[in-house]
Design a protein around this ligand. Structure first.
Ligand code: SF4
Length: 435
């Protein structure tokens, strides 16, 4: 334990996939005797590691801002060593090294072992499936694959992460079993593209098999699926979702747009009719399924009529959860090299707020329909006078929260039956049902 007393602050930006990478490196340094802290309010350690995001404009700016903040701490003598890893440094490695020499070393997205070696330790492969959880102790993200083989016009992720690489089912099951032994009961399955799982490693789609295997692990209470792709949702997957009680009736599936011309320009490999048919199939095969989607406005070539089709689509489908963002021109993407970013920024932002306003009205109506309904929820935390929880239809950080008045002591991480007594914009007020 020669690193006893040495400490490292980790700052993680971007998505839950980055968070899993941070948690793995934290565990490796912890095994080596370091004290590791995630996203400290008050950074204090002599060593800092920033895990960056390099997906789109805003995320890149935030990563740069954070790096410069820590460079400032170094100038002030509050920090001895600063390291940067993740998507931004993978994507702009040379430029960053030249432009920000205050950083001791930049690493690529998957240089985890190099980071650990830099701090004088070795990679402990026997701890490969172990992590330092930075989420509340009862839930964890499980990354089932890296990379992406899709060719979406606007997306830089395949440039950053490379080709799709599924993790072997056995390795994922080992990780889930280890997490259960650490007290985790809720699992968010994530990848850049969940529904391509197995196609590379097993030459066939094995997502349904993987979900069934995780569902068989004792102690797994909820499994929630994120980042599905519209052209690879197999009948077998929907069967598992319908048949298994511990597989949440929830699917996060980014659809991006609906007009045929936009879906073609975006190179999504699906058309308007195919998208409507998919949603009908999801709701038919998994009754009561909660659908989360992500849509994009302002992609090159988007006409007013394309946008009207998108608004109609959102009104027709009435998604339970929806996020949207405006196109940003990302260099070296297909769109940036083949199209002109011809939708003015003000039009992009106008369309974005119009779309979100349509969805907000739908969310309000759907939330009100919950009043009087009973559902199992998990308690995430106590916040002021309320316990904050979620149902199987609510993913952490992004979806609805259930607020239960703290009249009686409830346990964090435990599941309770609750009845909705009123609905607000982003929350449901509920009471515990006495069994
Ligand atoms: S599926 Fe498309 S949008 Fe998602 S990571 Fe892959 S290329 Fe990007």
């Amino acid at each position: 334990m020669r690193n006893k007393g040495k400490s490292v602050d980790f700052i993680t930006l971007g998505c839950s996939k980055n968070l899993v990478d941070t948690e793995r490196v934290m565990r490796q340094l912890q095994v080596a005797g370091f004290t590791v802290t995630a996203d400290p309010e008050q950074p204090h350690a002599p060593i800092a590691i920033i895990n960056t995001c390099g997906f789109i404009g805003d995320a890149k700016e935030e990563s740069i801002r954070t790096i410069l903040q820590f460079c400032e701490r170094k100038k002030q003598g509050k920090l001895q060593r600063l390291y940067v890893m993740g998507c931004l440094s993978q994507r702009y490695f040379e430029e960053l090294q030249t432009e920000i020499p205050e950083v001791d070393r930049f690493y690529g997205k998957f240089d985890f072992e190099k980071v650990v070696k830099e701090l004088g330790s070795m990679w402990h492969s026997e701890c490969n499936h172990e992590r330092v959880l930075t989420t509340p102790a009862h839930y964890a993200y499980v990354k089932i694959a890296e990379g992406c083989n899709r060719t979406c016009s606007y997306c830089a992720i395949p440039i950053i992460t490379g080709a799709y690489k599924s993790r072997p089912i056995e390795e994922i099951i080992d990780e889930v079993k280890w997490l259960v032994s650490e007290g985790v009961s809720e699992f968010q399955l994530i990848a850049q593209d969940l529904s391509w799982y197995g196609t590379d490693l097993y030459k066939t789609n094995r997502l349904a098999d993987l979900v069934r295997s995780i569902s068989d692990v004792p102690g797994v209470h909820w499994i929630r699926l994120h980042y599905a792709y519209p052209t690879s949702v197999t009948p077998e997957l929907l069967d598992v979702m319908r048949e298994r009680d511990n597989v949440c009736k929830y699917l996060d599936i980014a659809l991006q747009h609906i007009s045929d011309s936009m879906l073609k320009k975006m190179r999504r490999g699906v058309n308007k009719q195919g998208t409507y048919d998919l949603i009908a199939r999801l709701r038919r095969e998994v009754p009561g399924i909660c659908l989360r989607t992500t849509l994009m406005v302002g992609h090159p070539g988007e006409t007013e009529q394309d946008f009207e089709e998108l608004v109609t689509f959102v009104k027709d489908v009435r998604f339970d959860r929806m996020g949207a963002f405006a196109y940003s021109d990302e260099e070296n993407t297909y769109a940036a090299t083949h199209y002109t970013d011809d939708v003015p920024d003000e039009v992009k932002h106008q369309r974005l707020s119009t779309l979100m306003a349509v969805q907000q009205k739908i969310s309000d109506e759907l939330n009100r329909q919950w009043v009087g309904r009973e559902e199992e929820i998990v308690i995430d935390r106590l916040e002021g006078d309320y316990y904050v929880g979620r149902s199987q239809y609510d993913s952490p950080e992004v979806d609805l929260e259930w607020l239960v008045k703290a009249d009686e002591a409830l346990q964090t991480g435990r599941y309770y039956k609750a009845r909705v007594i009123s609905a607000a914009e982003f929350d449901l007020y509920a009471e515990i049902v006495k069994e």
